[in-house]
Design a protein around this ligand. Structure first.
Ligand code: GDP
Ligand code: IMO
Ligand code: MG
Length: 424
């Protein structure tokens, strides 16, 4: 049976998913997003240019492919229009190669306002969301109040007015901003723009394409540790970012899942609040941030930085059924004397290799293994034969600890800085 492959983040997002999807796209006919929305910022670099995609799949630069926004995604028409028009201007025939599910939920202007108001109401315990209305839109989906892309063709104004009135009531209670007139005008214009796209029953289309033997790649957003069920709740996003999310977010039966590519950085980052066991507050953390340019692709926020966390990675590999690993940004560590990897946690004196239900500040201490750095500029390397011995030792160590092969190593942001070292 022909199966889909899934590519997703194993940490707290921003692992480099966009770059790798773009690199792998020539091997696929279809690239599909299955969850998340414009909270994502997927960066691609090639031919001296940089692109950041939020809602549109990262396969969009290969003109022969089909790109699909699945039912599990939440779409903001305004941001979608901005993104799509920019691509049109740069010569991509987007209306021809992008399809949108009728069942994709719409982010309304009032969802953005609710996101802001709810964050404000949480005070010090705020999540640090991207402010894009993600949580409120998924809340409406689950509470059966949402608007879907397929709704825009009939009686839409009325459906919109009903949903908006509910939001305004909640915003008034929360003391949030209820003035959406300007945003609303843009939003309605964007809804009209969306009508020019192929709006489809994506579950049928994806399954039909698979049955025809087409190769399909499902592109995850966020990361496993931000998953609403298995991440560091409540400091998570509002969707299932894991392999199972590809099933519900595209209408794929579990037996249609083939390879699962799990992406991780050679270190670790997180943006927003919440537990981060290996976070570094010292000069090393600052150095990683500077060398790795660790600032959010969407919000520009500083990303928190720390050592790679093998406890969290093993957990993510288990939950996702990862078959192949991809290691990103190892070049950021090129100049380091030594590199640390967290192999276990010590909680109240007891060592564990499991990710705990709750990470309480001050109670958890990471147990580190220290490895020798390779101290070599790897950014222009082209093949694994060029790898320094210490780098090979680092990879061997990770593969032993994680029990999954590392098939791709990324040594820089450009498409060309990608080294295949195993079967992909
Ligand atoms: P995504 O959300 O998972 O697609 O990742 P982001 O695009 O938010 O963040 C990854 C950042 O790292 C982007 O700025 C990429 O251009 C950059 N990047 C990706 N791979 C590498 C790499 O191997 N080395 C370096 N130095 N940068 C990389
Ligand atoms: P990509 O796809 C990193 C984080 C936010 C916040 C939490 C909830 O680029 O890897 P939300 O707006 O989703 O309600 O915010 O999740 N977050 C991300 N962090 N990368 C992302 O996406 C993220 N999407 C959401 O910072 O902590
Ligand atoms: Mg990102």
């Amino acid at each position: 049976m022909n199966k889909v492959d899934v590519l997703l983040g194993l940490q707290w997002g921003d692992e480099g998913k966009g770059k790798v999807v773009d690199v792998l796209t020539p091997r696929y006919d279809v690239v599909a997003r299955f969850q998340g929305g414009p909270n994502a910022g997927h960066t691609l670099e090639f031919e001296g240019k940089k692109y950041v995609l939020r809602s549109i799949p990262s396969g969009i630069f290969q003109n022969n492919n089909v790109n699909i926004i699945g039912n599990g995604v939440v779409l903001d028409p305004i941001l979608f229009m901005d993104e799509a028009k920019a691509l049109e201007q740069s010569g991509t025939d987007i209306k021809k190669i992008l399809k949108i599910s009728k069942k994709t939920h719409l982010i309304m202007p009032t969802h953005r306002r609710l996101d802001a108001a709810q964050e404000k109401a949480k005070g010090d315990s705020k999540i640090g969301t991207t402010g894009k209305g993600i949580g409120p839109t998924y809340t409406d989906k689950i509470s059966r109040n949402g608007l879907r892309v397929g709704d825009i063709f009939s009686n839409f104004e009325q459906k919109y007015a009903i949903a908006k009135a509910k939001h305004i009531a909640t915003l008034t209670q929360l003391g949030g901003d209820t003035d959406v007139a300007e945003l609303e005008a843009q939003w309605m214009e964007a809804i009209d723009y969306m009508k020019g796209f192929d709006i489809i029953d994506s579950e049928y289309v994806v399954n039909d394409l698979l049955a025809q033997g087409k190769r399909v790649l499902c592109e995850g957003a966020q990361g496993t540790m931000l998953d609403v069920d298995f991440g560091s709740y409540p400091f998570v996003t509002s969707s299932n970012t894991i392999t199972a999310g590809a099933c519900t977010g595209l209408g794929l039966a579990p037996n249609k899942i083939g390879d699962v590519y799990g992406i991780f950085k050679a270190y670790c980052t997180r943006v927003g609040s919440g537990p981060f066991p290996t976070e570094l507050f010292d000069e090393t953390g600052k150095l990683i941030r500077d060398l790795g340019h660790e600032y959010g692709a969407v919000t520009g926020r500083e990303r928190r930085c720390g050592w790679v966390d093998l406890v969290a990675l093993r957990y993510a590999i288990m939950i996702n059924g990862v078959t192949k690993l991809i290691m990103m940004k190892s070049d950021v560590l090129d100049g380091f004397e030594t590199i640390k990897a967290c192999t276990a946690y010590r909680i109240n004196g007891q060592e564990t290799r499991q990710f705990p239900f709750d990470v309480v500040d001050g109670e958890l201490e990471p147990v580190y293994e220290e490895l020798k750095g390779w101290k070599t500029d790897m950014t222009s390397m082209k093949s694994p034969e060029q790898f320094p011995a210490e780098f090979n030792a680092y990879i061997d160590f990770l593969e032993r600890e994680l029990n999954v092969p590392i098939c791709i190593v990324s040594v820089g942001p450009d498409r060309s800085q990608t080294i295949i070292r195993g079967e992909i």
